[in-house]
Ligand binder design. Sequence first.
Ligand SMILES: Cc1ncc(COP(=O)(O)O)c(C=O)c1O
Length: 408
Amino acid sequence: MFDHKEFRKQFPILNRTVNGSKLIYFDNAATMQKPKVVTDFLVDFYQSSYSNIHRSVHTLSHESTQLYENTRQKVAEFINAPLPKRGTPQNIVFTSGTTDSVNLLANSWGEQNVKAGDEIILSVSEHHSNLIPWQMLAKRKGAVLRFVSICDDGELNYEQFETLFSDKTVLVAISLMSNVLGVVNDGKRIVDFAHAKGVPVFFDAAQAVVHSKIDVQQLDCDFLAFSAHKLYGPTGVGVLYGKTELLNKMPPWKGGGEMINVVSLNDFSAAPSPFRFEAGTPNIAGVVAFGKTLDFLNEYKGITEYETELTNYLVNRLRELNEVEIFSGNNTVGIVAFSVADIHPHDLTHFLDQEGIAARAGHHCAQPLLSFFEVNSLNRVSVSAYNTKDEVDSFIEALKKALEFFAR
Ligand SMILES: Cc1ncc(COP(=O)(O)O)c(C=O)c1O
């Protein structure tokens, strides 16, 4: 069973006060707090083993390189990516975050595989990070973006999805879980249908990797991206998983040190994946600390079940209030978007902050989805495995207080 009290103890920041009240951190979909083992590890790494990687034969460089490449192996195991018998998993590319991963894909795979008139399928609920890079590509190439809609329960409209395919469809690029709706999409269903049409699939798993088990072999997706900072890890580290044979066919996107085999004055040949996509000195400390984060997470079982129970509790408590309208889907995990009659989301967020509660208001980098709902702004609370039912109760009390205050 998941010991949430023990888990919570690992996060020192949760003991601080904000505006005189104990902090309740409900902005986890934006970024998560870090366990002490990870922040301690970062300091220790800089103080004991830090050096540049892959370049030198001295001991420090060897130690740093080993930790960096061990993290690649841990990431591959975490999402069950196929592992080579020996050497580096070529299917795990380190980037600076999900946004960077999508830009890599759109600029490398997209530049090579998309031409005028081709179609890419996305959904109306994409985060801007999985929309704008495709818009930029479509504008450059004269390609067309087509959009899957969502149903009343927040689920993707799978029937409409199937009607969007044509002989011009070259890619499906969809988020496995929206950062507003919180529903985990049926990735296998998406992949099976797309592959039957010969179309590859990219999943934005920035939220899904936090609240569900990702198994890329079971999903059989062609590409998948996520960020370390949303998964209790450091900022500035992201992952692009891709099938090795696809990555090795893609041209490098950024040029510089470490991504080459041979260079002459007028030409270069690219190293194999993942190095062809990791030009320049990467976020070495961030990556190795992400390895420590994955070790930490692997010690806990039952996180998703706990988060599901906590989210259901939160949704049920919100439903007690007539003034609240919930926009997230029925099967949401971790994320609940809602509006409160007569209180602007920003006013509510300020009010909650005075009570020590960190929540979120705005368009959540998903303006097309908010337009779909015909609203400009929504409240969002997002819970993680260190949050508790007591915190949900305190939040509901604060919400009732806000309703009284703004009714005056
Ligand atoms: C679904 C989704 N995709 C992409 C991103 C972008 O992630 P990052 O800012 O870490 O690159 C986010 C961040 O909120 C997200 O929720």
